[in-house]
Design a protein around this ligand. Structure first.
Ligand code: BG6
Length: 501
């Protein structure tokens, strides 16, 4: 294990949702595994006024609520010994000067510093500017890094404006744009699966692959996030970021090495090769929907328009699907279908790759209908798995075929995976950019979705609905190129049949 530099981790928005749900639990878990740097000090910053003891009580409560009696008391106390709190009340610009004095003069705080923006996106530029003006981003005595959460901008133009405001105070190597999907072990397994197994490479192209599907579905509704989600919608929230990243990992060329820039060079090449969607092609390439009331796990749930803080006439999409083509030598003509939705029947993220039919159907006489295709499926969550569907002979005197599923689940019994944020936090402290987005990747991803966002923003009366608990609006099938293509909702064998709604 690499010895890590002493460092101060300063997170803005320490009392907010992300910090409570993800960052504090991730850091505590790393503490239990003794994976944090010895000299790591964690400074929570937020608008509330807390004495250090009161802040420690907040953190202890968060962790006790999560772990109950399984809490590791020794690790918890070790963790608490690292924690400090600094109040930044709204409008108190002098706070940044005081923060500077604290970080520069108090030997408790190592000079290497990570500033984590776990705040509303609208606050990123303001906080970075104030840190910059207070001289806190200058790398004089040690390194200074800034983590920017998604969404990075609202469209291409706003992403570029945000970027320009960051460059006033930071150089590119200081910026870590997070997409937590890249921190998931199962997502990293896509690269291992592709690049550590030679047998796949000859098949991984338009000669053999019919199409690729990437799905993220969740049973949750908008919860208490309408303030953010109303201005975002499913296309920005999931497709522009997480699903396009998954697509880039599936479609990219083998990189020169696993070094950060080599990886990012290949991903950006894929994003740049995606055929631009012209305004009049938007309906052929994108579909949106919004959940109406329905039933999930036997319980009635309200429709999106009935959710708290959602406008009565909102046309924000909670379901989005796209058909994309990567216009390069390897993928020309292969559709990539991406979809995501809230209030769907299952929580599931998966990549399903359907292969073409054999060039000559020698077994046609043994069955009715077209030859069943092979599939390779990578389950991202909740069941991380790797499945391959093949045809075999049914035992007996006659030649009959049936599909079997080879299951190469990569996790062995008792092996634990980490939460995405755990690895990513360590990567920032180690200065490793491999799993963070470079600005050209972010821009290229906005270029893919921007035309769709523009048309949808103009067509305010056109939003399809789907009952909560269903797989989305029926009309989404019009995205498919051919009648024998269909959404695959399940990774089990019966999922390969055309599924009724
Ligand atoms: C977030 C989105 O980035 O990802 C959420 O803002 C979504 O709307 C979440 O629910 C999904 O992440 P995960 O890790 O639960 O699949």
């Amino acid at each position: 294990m690499k010895k890590m530099d002493p460092c101060t981790l300063i997170f803005f928005g320490a009392g907010g949702n992300l910090s409570r749900k993800k960052l504090i639990p991730a850091l505590y878990h790393l503490e239990t595994l003794q994976r944090l740097p010895d000299h790591l000090v964690i400074l929570g910053c937020d608008i509330g006024q807390y004495e250090r003891d009161a802040w420690l009580t907040v953190v202890r409560d968060i962790l006790r609520e999560k772990h109950g009696t399984k809490i590791d008391e020794i690790a918890l106390e070790r963790f608490c010994a690292r924690l400090h709190y600094f109040a930044v009340p709204i409008g108190d610009d002098d706070a940044y000067g005081r923060l500077g004095v604290l970080l520069n003069k108090d030997p408790t705080f190592p000079p290497n510093a990570v500033f984590y923006m776990a705040v509303r996106p609208a606050d990123y530029p303001g906080i970075v500017a104030k840190l910059g003006e207070a001289g806190l981003l200058k790398q004089q005595n040690g390194w200074r890094r800034v983590v920017i959460e998604k969404p990075f901008g609202y469209d291409l133009l706003s992403a570029q404006t945000l970027q320009a405001s960051l460059y006033r105070h930071l150089d590119e190597p200081q910026i870590f744009r997070i997409d937590h999907y890249l921190g998931k072990g199962t997502v990293q397994n896509i690269m291992v699966f592709r690049f550590a197994n030679l047998l796949l490479e000859p098949l991984w192209n338009n000669h053999y692959i019919d199409h690729v599907q990437i799905t993220h579905s969740e049973t949750m509704g908008v919860e208490n996030r309408a303030d953010y989600y109303e201005g975002a919608g499913a296309l920005r929230d999931m497709i522009q970021s997480h699903l396009l990243q998954l697509m880039a990992l599936v479609a990219m060329e083998p990189p020169v090495s696993m070094a950060a820039e080599h990886l990012r060079d290949e991903k950006v090449k894929v994003l740049k090769s995606i055929r631009p969607i012209t305004q009049n092609a938007v309906h052929a390439h994108a579909f949106r929907g919004q959940y109406a009331s329905g039933t999930i796990d036997g319980k009635s749930v309200p429709g999106y328009l009935e959710e708290k803080n959602v406008a009565q006439d909102s046309v924000t999409e909670t379901y989005a699907a796209m058909k994309l083509f990567v216009d390069n030598w390897r993928w020309a003509g292969v559709p990539f279908y991406l979809r995501t939705g809230k209030r769907m029947p299952e929580n599931s993220s998966a990549i399903c790759i359907r292969f073409k039919a054999p060039p000559k159907d020698l077994l046609r006489h043994t069955r009715q209908g077209p030859p069943p295709p092979n599939w390779i499926m990578l389950g991202i969550q909740p069941n991380d798995c790797l499945k391959m569907e093949l045809q075999v002979k049914v035992p007996g005197l006659d030649v009959q075929t049936r599909a079997i599923s080879l299951d190469a689940t990569y996790r062995k019994h008792g092996e634990e995976d980490f939460d995405a944020y755990e690895g990513l936090l360590l990567d920032v402290m180690n200065g490793d950019h491999s799993l963070f987005l470079r600005i050209d990747e972010v821009e290229a991803a906005w270029r893919v979705v921007d035309p769709v966002l523009k048309v949808w923003a103009m067509e305010r009366d056109l939003i399809n609905t789907y009952p909560a608990g269903s797989w989305g609006p029926r009309g989404t099938y019009r995205l498919f190129d051919r009648e024998d293509q269909f959404w695959r909702h399940s990774l089990n064998l019966d999922g390969a049949k055309i599924e009724a709604y």
